[in-house]
Design a protein around this ligand. Structure first.
Ligand SMILES: [Zn+2]
Length: 106
């Protein structure tokens, strides 16, 4: 095997190690946001994972990890309600942003 091939295989291996098992039993690799954001079991247990830019913005405004967890749980509940009404789409960015700040100030 060429040196490049070994490196690529090592990277694939490292990436595959970054995984967790979701509440629903699915093995999730990498940050798993695509799965976690659409999985009812995860939305119920841990909420809807925010993107890192939004988390950084919240931290910048002085919100601690506990707040971020609380906001993600609340977002999870909002998404479960939307799904219960047959809406599986993501909120438009502006609505998402406004909702996060409302939850942050609550
Ligand atoms: Zn799942």
């Amino acid at each position: 095997m060429s040196n490049d091939g070994t490196k690529a295989a090592a990277r694939r291996g490292a990436w595959r190690k970054i995984h967790s098992t979701c509440e629903c039993g699915v093995e999730v690799y990498g940050n798993g946001k695509n799965h976690f954001r659409s999985c009812s079991a995860h939305l119920e247990s841990a909420g809807w994972p925010m993107d890192s830019a939004m988390r950084d913005a919240l931290r910048h405004e002085g919100h601690m990890s506990a707040d971020i967890v609380r906001i993600e749980r609340a977002l999870g509940q909002i998404y479960l309600d939307r799904r219960a009404h047959g809406d599986k789409s993501e909120m438009p960015w502006s609505e998402y942003r406004d909702t996060v700040w409302q939850l942050a100030d609550a």
